[in-house]
Write a protein that binds this ligand. Structure first.
Ligand SMILES: Nc1ncnc2c1ncn2[C@@H]1O[C@H](COP(=O)(O)OP(=O)(O)OP(=O)(O)O)[C@@H](O)[C@H]1O
Ligand SMILES: [Mg+2]
Length: 331
C-alpha cells in the first residue's frame, strides 16, 4: 500500500477487519534550525537493504517546536503524518487497536494513529511520550526494535510495519511525566535535543506565524525571548506567538473603541499587558519599565548617541534587561 493512497479506510489482517484512521494535515513550515531537521531526517534514512530506520526521541521544553519539527520532517519526505497524543490515561489497546460497538451490534476494530501509520507506511509522532505509563510502552517494545511488529491482544492480530513506516517520540522535560522504562529508552535512539532558536531564527518564526504583526511588536518579543533564553527561562516561541497575538487584539480592540483617534493604547502598553496575560503577573514589572524608559529618554536627550531603538531593541541592554522592561534589573 502506498503512503499516499488515501482511498482504503480498512484492511484485512488474519481475517480481522481493521478500520484505519486518517492522517493529519499540517502545512506548517519548519523555520531555521535546519540542523535539527537534518538530524531527524538522517534517523529515518535507510542506507542499504539490511538497514532499518531509527526511532529517535525529540526532547526539549514545552512550546519549543518538537511537534512542528516532527510534522515538518514527515512533510519533507512526502509521507502521511499521524500524531498519537500520549497521556497518562493511554491504555495499551488505545495505542494499537480499539474495539468499538458498531450500529449492527457487532464489534468493529479501529486502528490507532500509530497502527494506521504502520499499515499505510506513514510517519507516526508519538507526542509527549513520557506522559504514558510503562504498561502502555511495553506493548511497543517489538515495534521499536528490529522486529517492527505490534501485537493487538484485543483484536488477536500481529501487525507488521510497512517498510516506509517511520516513528519519532517527542518528550517534555517537565514534571508531570512518567519515567519511561530503560528498555524502551534504549530503543528510542538517538536523542535529538531541540534548543531555543537564535535571534534571527526567532524573528523569522514569529514573523512566519504572525505576518500581520507590526515590526515593533515582533522586535519587543524577540528581545524579550532572547533575554529569557540567556537567563535559562523556558519562555518559548509559542509564548512569543501568544504574546504578539494578544497584544494585536488588544490594540485592535482599543482602536475599535475609539475609532479614528489613533491608538488610544500604546504598543508598549499592549505588549506588556500581553506578556503579563500570557506569562503571569511576575513576568514583567510596569514600574520598572517606566523607570527604564525614563532613563533611556534622558540618555537619549543627553546626546549619548543612542536612539530609542538602540536602547530598547539593540545590543546595548543593561545586564538582566530585556527590551523596554527589566524585571530583575535593580540598576
Ligand atoms: N522552528 C520553528 N519553525 C516554525 N514554527 C515553530 C518553530 N519553533 C516553534 N514554532 C511554533 O511554536 C509553536 C509551538 O511549537 P510546538 O507545538 O511544535 O512545540 P512543542 O515543543 O511540541 O510543545 P509541547 O511540548 O507543548 O507539545 C507552534 O506554533 C510552532 O509552529
Ligand atoms: Mg508538542
Amino acid at each position: 500500500m502506498s503512503g499516499n493512497d488515501t482511498a482504503s479506510s480498512h484492511v484485512l489482517i488474519d481475517d480481522v477487519t481493521l478500520h484505519l484512521g486518517r492522517p493529519v494535515t499540517s502545512d506548517h513550515r519548519w523555520v531555521g534550525q535546519s540542523e535539527s531537521l537534518r538530524s531527524l531526517l538522517a534517523c529515518w534514512l535507510v542506507v542499504c537493504d539490511e538497514d532499518l530506520p531509527l526511532a529517535p526521541r525529540l526532547i526539549g521544553p514545552p512550546g519549543i517546536g518538537k511537534t512542528t519539527l516532527a510534522s515538518a520532517a514527515a512533510r519533507s519526505r512526502g509521507q502521511e503524518l499521524y500524531i498519537f497524543q500520549c497521556t497518562s490515561d493511554t491504555r495499551p489497546e488505545d495505542l494499537l487497536v480499539t474495539p468499538v460497538l458498531a450500529e449492527s451490534g457487532r464489534i468493529s476494530y479501529h486502528a490507532s494513529a500509530l497502527v494506521t501509520a504502520m499499515i499505510r507506511g506513514g510517519v507516526c509522532v508519538l507526542d509527549e511520550g513520557n506522559r504514558m505509563s510503562e504498561k502502555s510502552w511495553a506493548s511497543l517494545a517489538p515495534l521499536l526494535d528490529y522486529r517492527r511488529y505490534a501485537e493487538s491482544i484485543i483484536a488477536g492480530v500481529t501487525i507488521h510495519a510497512h517498510a516506509d513506516f517511520r516513528c519519532v517520540v517527542t518528550m517534555n522535560d517537565d514534571e508531570s511525566t512518567y519515567e519511561v522504562p530503560e528498555y524502551i529508552l534504549s530503543r528510542l535512539q538517538p536523542t535529538i535535543e531541540l534548543g531555543f532558536p537564535d535571534r534571527a531564527d526567532e524573528m523569522e518564526i514569529l514573523r512566519y506565524h504572525v505576518p500581520f504583526a507590526r515590526a515593533e511588536l515582533l522586535q519587543l518579543t524577540v528581545d524579550f525571548l532572547q533575554k529569557a533564553h540567556t537567563l535559562d527561562l523556558e519562555h518559548s516561541p509559542r509564548d512569543g506567538i501568544h504574546i504578539i497575538r494578544y497584544a494585536l487584539k488588544r490594540l485592535a480592540q482599543a482602536e475599535g473603541d475609539a475609532p479614528g483617534t489613533g491608538h488610544p493604547l500604546s504598543t508598549d502598553a499592549a505588549w506588556l499587558e500581553a506578556v503579563q496575560g500570557v506569562l503571569g503577573e511576575d513576568a514583567t514589572d510596569l514600574d520598572r519599565v517606566a523607570a527604564e524608559r525614563e532613563r533611556a529618554l534622558q540618555s537619549s536627550a543627553a546626546g549619548a548617541g543612542l536612539s530609542l531603538d538602540d536602547l530598547f531593541f539593540g545590543d546595548h541592554q543593561p545586564p538582566g534587561g530585556f527590551g523596554p522592561t527589566a524585571p530583575d534589573d535593580e540598576s
